[in-house]
Design a protein around this ligand. Structure first.
Ligand code: ASP
Length: 368
């Protein structure tokens, strides 16, 4: 084995190693962060519904547009990354197999949907038993922070991993691969814009009577900060200020925005949809409708567990790929330009959170 193959293997093994505990811990801490939902009553329910529906819509837009762009994506000729597709599983079988029958099996087999379900059940169980001391929640939060730190350490290796993976691919397939990266980026950015314009504009206009122009103008400072920092969590203070100026109520945005920064990732979902199609296409695989539905389901649920920090989406992509049997090696194709994807997806993520705060504020004020 050459030294470059060895480095690639180290990098990919580490990504595969961290993704299961990361998903498990971050979904649990996402669920635990909803524990105030009862306190805020219907507002919490509405926010979670808004977040889940818009995220499912986002990943669907990503899948549709990436399919339209498929003609521009190359099929790799390289032998190193050749991949044999697994037998397709029907969506019904996926749904049936979603509940694990053994506690550790989902981790051993890296069955992402089962890990998501297990973490949701345990997270909600933790809320139900109540935790007056706050020790349990703090323990999960600390474990989650440890996983995020480990992920950041592994991502520091990505320049080496990506370089070693991409070099033979470019040598064997030519620089067209790099050109096609521009097309994936373009597809993702088109989807980011369409989603923001179509979904958020419609929602704020319909429910709050705010013109889309006013909404996006008011959101500009937070959007610019999100673009440069690629962190939803880091943008939170500025996002609160913008939501406030747009007329969202303090008691609503101070709950809905931190929750959104933890569980709502529409931009990340779009990115996962687009990249799954791109990677499948590079390996010469046509995704079936069943696999696409599985991606919608996985990416929507995964968004609960995506940390609002730079680079989290790329590790979650590994999980989405695993869920439909696509090769995790594929992330090397897009990881080199991940920061560019990340800047755009973070803008969409935080704009989605703010639109939810504005919409729910208007709905609630109409009730009074
Ligand atoms: N950077 C994104 C955010 O903070 C998460 C991601 O990597 O997709 O919202």
């Amino acid at each position: 084995m050459s030294i470059s193959n060895l480095l690639v293997q180290y990098f990919l093994n580490l990504i595969k190693w961290i993704v299961c505990p990361l998903v498990f811990m971050s979904i649990m801490s996402g669920v635990i962060s909803m524990k105030d939902i009862k306190k805020v009553g219907s507002i919490g329910g509405k926010a979670v519904l808004y977040y889940m529906v818009t995220t499912a819509f986002a990943v669907s837009i990503g899948l549709v547009f990436a399919n339209l762009f498929k003609g521009f994506f190359p099929v790799l000729q390289t032998t190193d990354l050749t991949f044999k597709a697994k037998d397709p599983v029907s969506f019904m079988d996926t749904l049936v197999g979603i509940f694990p029958s053994n506690f550790i099996a989902p981790f051993v087999t890296a069955n992402m949907l089962q890990i998501i379900v297990a973490s949701l059940i345990i997270g909600f169980a933790m809320i139900m038993i109540g935790d007056n001391s706050g020790n349990d929640s703090r323990a999960i939060k600390t474990l989650n922070d440890i996983c995020i730190k480990a992920m950041e350490m592994i991502l520091k290796l990505s320049p080496i991993g990506v370089f070693c993976l991409l070099c033979p691919v470019i040598a064997e397939n030519g620089t067209a691969v790099l050109g096609s990266l521009a097309m994936v980026l373009l597809a993702a950015y088109i989807c980011y814009i369409i989603h923001a314009v179509l979904v958020y504009s419609t929602m704020v206009r319909t429910f709050s009577g705010i013109s889309p122009l006013k909404f996006f103008k008011g959101m500009m400072p937070a959007m610019m900060f999100a673009f440069s920092s690629a962190s939803s969590v880091g943008t939170l203070p500025l996002n609160m200020e913008c939501a406030d100026k747009l007329g969202a109520k303090k008691e609503i945005y101070s709950f809905v925005l931190p929750l959104g920064a933890t569980i709502n990732m529409d931009g990340t979902a779009i990115y996962q949809g687009v990249c799954s199609i791109f990677i499948a296409s590079c390996f010469g695989i046509d995704l079936t409708l069943n696999q696409m539905l599985t991606i919608v389901l996985t990416a929507t649920l995964a968004s609960i567990g995506t940390a609002g920090v730079p680079g989290a989406g790329v590790v979650m992509l590994a999980m989405v790929l695993e869920s439909v049997g696509l090769p995790v090696e594929g992330i090397a194709l897009v990881a080199g330009v991940d920061r560019i994807f990340d800047m755009g997806r973070t803008v969409v993520n935080i704009t989605g959170d703010a639109s939810c705060a504005v919409v729910i504020s208007s709905i609630e004020s109409r009730k009074v």
